[in-house]
Design a protein around this ligand. Structure first.
Ligand code: ATP
Ligand code: MG
Length: 418
């Protein structure tokens, strides 16, 4: 991708009003565009990050046997009446139709997935089974805020699993928990597993995955030494108390909830009358668990966790491009021609080898402007070709997180980046 062809150019200045770092940087770099409070368009750069995240999720969930489906955002009111949630969920968007009917805009999908799975599961041989989708959710949040962290329209990956026994549910719950940690680590995030309330539909607690950062809105009591952590909502311990698990001091910290997993028991399978025949020929109600990841919130959480005063710092696996190539042609026409020719050849060579390169090919921007854009957009690696770098024998090579750069021979570039 060349800068000159990119529709969505970054802005030289930060947006006038932004209540969070992710909003400020994502909007300034034109990764997203705010359409109204809590509603965003995903622009080419931001969408590339989003797609990388969702592809990691797909890979990891497919690997644990979950099957991808896609359910509708527009949902029948009747199903929400069956679960009693039509009048209970305050963030539910209710859509009137000219036919006098009303619909729900899905804030979650238990009302669709439970009868859906029920229509295919009849025998113990059909269990366990897990389905997931990567889809857009709608919630009439009182306050949409913190950029893409809390939207009224947002992306979620929701996975639902169905089991014949509590033991099997707990086994899969643990598999998903470990898979989530792997997904978040591939996204460059160190997520903490936090005990939290089970919500109105579970008896027990649930587990949240929290990125610990002052930008988070959740209050967490976490151990300074081991992995023990509880959401303040349910915490049985105070800041400064001894950790019940290892004895070290507990601290109060802030977190962004990027995922949440629940044991739903038979709450939904009972009301939708799901049943399977067990090995003895008896009719039984399957058990159900659900597992969410906030996919668009994840993009914002990564920015909150990885940035500096110059801009975003994308972890390698989710960066929109691996390389930000900068050509600085200079004033001398012969030198300029050589710089452009060299940059063009390197761009083609790297692209040909499957490396994702973003080339700032502008001839009307200064080196300073180009470096500022490169730092703002935050690709992991910056390569600079200029008369000076060519004179010194090649290309200037600098990782986004490094404080100094080195010159490497042109011929070595492909090997160094592959
Ligand atoms: P919160 O407590 O932040 O309102 P929640 O607990 O109601 O979220 P869940 O029902 O657990 O949300 O949804 C699964 C995941 O979807 C959450 O862990 C979060 O990452 C994401 N999510 C929830 N609400 C929003 C929102 N309004 N905007 C963006 N992401 C969201
Ligand atoms: Mg939650």
């Amino acid at each position: 991708m060349k800068y000159s062809r990119l529709l969505t150019k970054p802005s030289k200045t930060a947006p006038a009003e932004s209540d969070s770092i992710n909003a400020k940087l994502l909007i300034q770099a034109a990764f997203v565009r705010q359409e109204m409070a809590g509603v965003y368009s995903w622009l080419p750069m931001g969408l590339r990050v989003f797609n990388k995240i969702t592809n990691i999720i797909r890979e990891e969930l497919d690997a644990i046997g979950a099957q991808e489906i896609l359910m509708p955002a527009l949902q029948p009111k009747e199903n929400w009446e069956i679960t009693g949630r039509w009048d209970k969920v305050d963030v539910l968007f209710k859509v009137p139709s000219q036919t006098d009917r009303e619909y729900a805009l899905g804030p979650t999908h238990e009302e669709i997935v439970t009868p859906l799975v029920g229509s295919f599961v009849h025998s113990y041989k059909d269990l366990p089974v897990a389905v997931y989708q990567i889809q857009t959710k709608y919630r009439d949040e009182l306050r949409a805020k913190s950029g893409v962290l809390r939207g009224r329209e947002f992306g979620m990956k929701d996975l639902y699993s169905f089991h014949a026994s509590q033991e099997d549910l707990e086994r899969y719950y643990e598999v998903v928990k470990q898979t989530y940690l792997k997904i978040f680590s591939r996204c460059g995030l160190d997520a903490k597993v936090v005990e939290a309330s089970g919500g109105s539909f579970t008896k027990k607690f649930s587990h949240e995955f929290q990125v610990i950062t002052p930008a988070g809105e959740d209050d967490i009591i976490a151990c300074s030494a081991c992995s023990f952590a509880q959401n303040r909502e349910i915490a049985t311990y105070q800041d400064g108390a001894d950790c019940p698990s290892c004895g070290a001091k507990l601290q109060s910290v802030k977190g962004i909830e990027i995922g949440n997993i629940f044991d739903l028991g038979t709450k939904f399978t009972e009301v939708f009358k799901l049943a399977y025949t067990d090995e003895q020929g008896e009719r039984k109600t399957p058990l159900m668990a659900c597992f969410g990841i906030g996919t668009t919130r994840l993009v914002g959480a990564i920015v909150e966790a990885h940035h500096d005063d110059k801009g975003m710092v994308w972890p390698k696996e989710v960066a929109p491009f691996s390389i930000h190539l900068v050509s600085i042609a200079g004033k001398d026409a012969t030198e300029a021609a050589r710089v452009i020719e060299t940059a063009n050849a390197l761009y083609d060579e790297l692209k040909g080898k499957g490396v994702e390169v973003f080339w700032d090919d502008r001839d009307d921007a200064s080196a300073g402007e180009k470096f500022a854009v490169s730092d703002l957009m935050g690709m992991p690696l910056r390569l600079v070709i200029s008369p000076k770098s060519l004179e010194q024998g090649g290309v200037e090579f600098k990782e986004r997180t490094a404080t100094s750069q080195e010159i490497i021979p042109l011929a070595d570039v492909a090997d160094r980046v592959l």
